[in-house]
Design a protein around this ligand. Structure first.
Ligand code: RNT
Ligand code: ZN
Length: 410
């Protein structure tokens, strides 16, 4: 007997129309920094802070107009609700020292976002700067250095507030700092104490909680900073909980073998909201383009089955300079959406029931059965109903853009 995909899902008690609607309403924050290898628009220096983008594929965006043109090409092929995630190094006019950034430098971004009904998120850029002294910023023993970055972070929160106000979409301001040491430290608590005090100073600025949420992002290690990271997971988990901030989980920032998806349920029980940087580490925090792999599916499954999408900021964070950067954005974002759709088309109730009945054979059987349900057909319906090109066709359009636009950037 032949069934169509909708009937098959109906048989499992899944409302396909609702799943498509839920997917269309899930906001993904797309990181602008994939388009230029995290270079930004300040006069160029090296990418520092223990992160690296490798590869020199043609056509890297060099300014606001090139970057937004590339972004438009990517957005053309990404369904659903979108935000753009910016960094302080993407000042779009009258560039100033990062310490002094104001909404003015980001007005063109607001105009861009308004015209396209996008939200905007923000990140202070605490790397690629001569103000990092001996690899340290907010945890530096030098007061002048800490003060510089405190001011930068406060001004960053103000820019997020401005985004929230102008666009009517709450903005996330995410703080990540690279502070760490190459060798095992003589003093572990000292830098952490200074980081705590710096964050307290930043929070003396009482931001408008209707316009902005602030998150803190932990990490295990960076290149050249292998032995100690001041802003570890334990540090930020505690700091965020105590200070009503969001704890942001970057899926590349945990030990290999650590299951990031497993953290979600615990976090949800103690926090109103959580935040994500979805990335793909290969042997280290390498920020590969996210694939539709088991780890991604695990994260999407947890968020859906915990009914947590409206409490989650979902941003992507990867940067690969070795392939077409526009394609990298489309591939990664669509993969996030496919994982979410697949999760939304899964009969969690049946699985939970079987688990609670200790019917573990049924859980296993069902899980394996579900893997081959025709969710791809629903994905194609979703694309065509919303006017987006199918998987094999967007790529042709991006290749055309590469020929006509990217290759001309010599
Ligand atoms: C670095 C963090 C951080 C950066 C971006 C550019 O390891 O993941 O989020 O990737 O802010
Ligand atoms: Zn990140």
């Amino acid at each position: 007997m032949k069934y169509n995909a909708n009937e098959i899902f109906k048989h499992y008690g899944i409302d396909v129309e609702k799943a498509k609607k839920d997917l269309a309403n899930t906001t993904i924050s797309i990181h602008c920094w994939q388009l230029d290898d995290v270079s930004g628009f300040e006069s160029k220096g090296n990418l520092t802070g223990g992160i690296q983008s490798t590869g020199d594929y043609i056509g890297k965006a060099r300014n606001f107009s090139e970057l937004t043109s590339d972004l438009d090409k990517a957005l053309m092929h990404i369904p659903g609700k979108k935000k753009i995630n910016l960094h302080a190094i993407y000042q779009a006019q009258d560039v100033v020292d990062r310490r002094f950034i104001t909404p003015h430098q980001f007005e063109p971004w607001v105009k861009y976002a308004k015209e396209r009904a996008l939200g905007l998120d923000f990140n202070p850029t605490v790397f690629s700067s001569s103000w990092l002294k001996d690899g340290l910023s907010l945890s530096s023993p030098i007061k002048e250095v800490r003060d510089y970055w405190i001011e930068h972070c406060i001004n960053s929160i103000k820019i997020s507030e401005y985004f929230g106000k102008e666009l009517g979409i709450k903005s996330l301001c995410n703080i990540w700092i690279p502070d760490g040491l190459k060798e095992v430290p003589a003093d572990r608590i000292g830098p952490r104490k200074r980081l705590k005090e710096s964050l307290d100073k930043i929070l003396e600025y009482k931001f408008d909680k209707n316009l902005v949420d602030v998150s803190v992002e932990s990490k295990v290690f960076g290149i050249g900073l292998e032995s100690y990271t001041v802003g570890s997971h334990e540090f930020y988990l505690n700091y965020a909980l105590k200070n009503n901030l969001l704890c942001l989980l970057d899926t590349g920032h945990f030990h290999e073998g650590e299951i990031v998806a497993d953290k979600i349920s615990s976090m949800l029980l103690f926090n109103d909201k959580i935040a994500f940087h979805v990335s793909r580490p290969v042997r280290w925090d390498s920020d590969h383009v996210i694939k539709l792999d088991d780890k991604l599916q695990d994260v999407a499954d947890e968020l859906v089955k915990c009914n947590a999408l409206d409490r989650t900021y979902l941003a992507l964070d990867y940067f690969d300079g070795s392939i077409n950067r526009v394609a990298a954005i489309i591939i990664g974002t669509r993969n996030m959406q496919k994982a979410l759709l697949k999760a939304m088309l899964t009969p969690w109730n049946l699985l939970k029931e079987a688990q609670d009945n200790a019917d573990h054979t049924k859980v296993l059987a069902l899980e394996e059965e579900i893997k081959t349900l025709p969710w791809q057909e629903i994905w194609y319906d979703f694309l065509s109903e919303n006017g987006y090109l199918s998987e094999e066709n967007w790529y042709i359009d991006v290749l055309d853009y590469e020929e006509k636009v990217l290759k001309k950037r010599a």
